[in-house]
Write a protein that binds this ligand. Structure first.
Ligand SMILES: NC(=O)c1ccc[n+]([C@@H]2O[C@H](COP(=O)([O-])OP(=O)(O)OC[C@H]3O[C@@H](n4cnc5c(N)ncnc54)[C@H](OP(=O)(O)O)[C@@H]3O)[C@@H](O)[C@H]2O)c1
Length: 271
């Protein structure tokens, strides 16, 4: 089984889903059928994920849990302790996937050999089933593979949607068997009003937001949209059933305009 097939292709993003309203949204996602929650140490939603999972009545093994290690914890001696803390906060023995959130921090590049060695140790210790990275460039991925060896990284999670298609990075990940997880897969709603996508949505009796998700899903990529609204949570999940034709995929492919939304000044030198 490949890692792409072990990570449910539609996950629920949890950035901003804090407190009782956040738990309600997460519970609504689980009731709708999502079986993959994406949290991070920096989101303040790890406890909400655990609470929603328990309230849902679903078995632990039926829900894929991802968390991300924040930059401050990407040092030897800190990462494992922080992941134990994340597991305790969620209320599980282990997560399914632990990612390095960023290869850089506001103060510069993080020590990759140190944090990857400890991430691999965390996996061996059973604190996470799979390991991976986020916001890694091709150069970062090559460096990571030189440290860990090929085949260890389950995924690279980065911004990807019809308006920022990141072809080079997607192709590189594919060539290395690293699953692509698309964050901001809805471009935070920016696909609304784009004539090509509106037309394709009309042909499928779907919304532009569903087409944005279907675009990445139909290419075998993983998407992690979020919403605080029950109707949109369901609408986004239903995008999993949409099959776009090769011609439609090609038309959307032409809309790439490099419209990156997450671009901190201290961020990596993107591909
Ligand atoms: N690894 C990283 O560095 C990183 C960075 C950013 C995000 N992420 C992950 O990616 C997840 C998704 O990113 P995101 O939330 O920023 O972007 P997104 O999923 O592309 O967009 C979410 C926004 O779109 C709106 N929306 C959702 N469904 C909609 C629909 N069907 N119709 C119209 N509007 C809709 C939501 O508003 P309403 O709530 O009002 O519906 C929300 O404002 C995050 O939750 C997080 O888990 C990871």
């Amino acid at each position: 089984m490949t890692t792409t097939s072990t990570i449910p292709p539609i996950g629920f993003g949890t950035f901003g889903r804090t407190g009782p309203e956040g738990i309600e949204a997460l519970l609504s996602a689980l009731e709708t059928g999502y079986r993959h929650l994406d949290t991070a140490q920096s989101y303040g939603t790890e406890a909400e994920c655990g609470e929603a999972l328990r309230r849902s009545g679903l078995a632990r093994e039926d829900v894929f849990l991802t968390t991300k290690i924040t930059g401050d914890n990407c040092q030897s001696g800190k990462l494992i302790r922080s992941l134990r803390q994340s597991n305790d906060t969620i209320g599980v023995d282990r997560v399914d996937l632990a990612l390095i959130h960023w290869p850089v921090s506001p103060t510069g590049k993080l020590p990759m050999a140190e944090y990857l060695a400890e991430l691999a140790e965390a996996q061996t210790a059973g604190l996470t089933r799979l390991i991976g990275v986020s916001n890694f460039t091709i150069a970062d991925l090559m460096e990571a593979e030189s440290i860990l060896g090929e085949g260890r990284l389950a995924t690279n999670q980065f911004e990807r949607h019809p308006l920022l298609q990141n072809h080079k990075l997607v192709d590189f990940c594919r060539s290395r068997g690293i699953a692509v997880t698309c964050y901001l897969p809805l471009a935070r709603g920016a696909c609304a009003g784009i004539a090509e996508i509106e037309a394709i949505a009309g042909a499928h009796n779907a919304t532009v937001h569903q087409i944005a998700l279907a675009y990445s899903l139909n290419q075998g990529l993983i998407v992690i949209p979020t919403s605080g609204r029950r109707d949109r949570i369901a609408e986004n999940f239903a995008a999993g059933a949409i099959r776009l034709s090769p011609a439609e995929l090609e038309r959307i492919g032409r809309l790439d305009c490099g419209a990156r939304q997450i671009d901190p000044v201290w961020g990596p030198a993107w591909d």
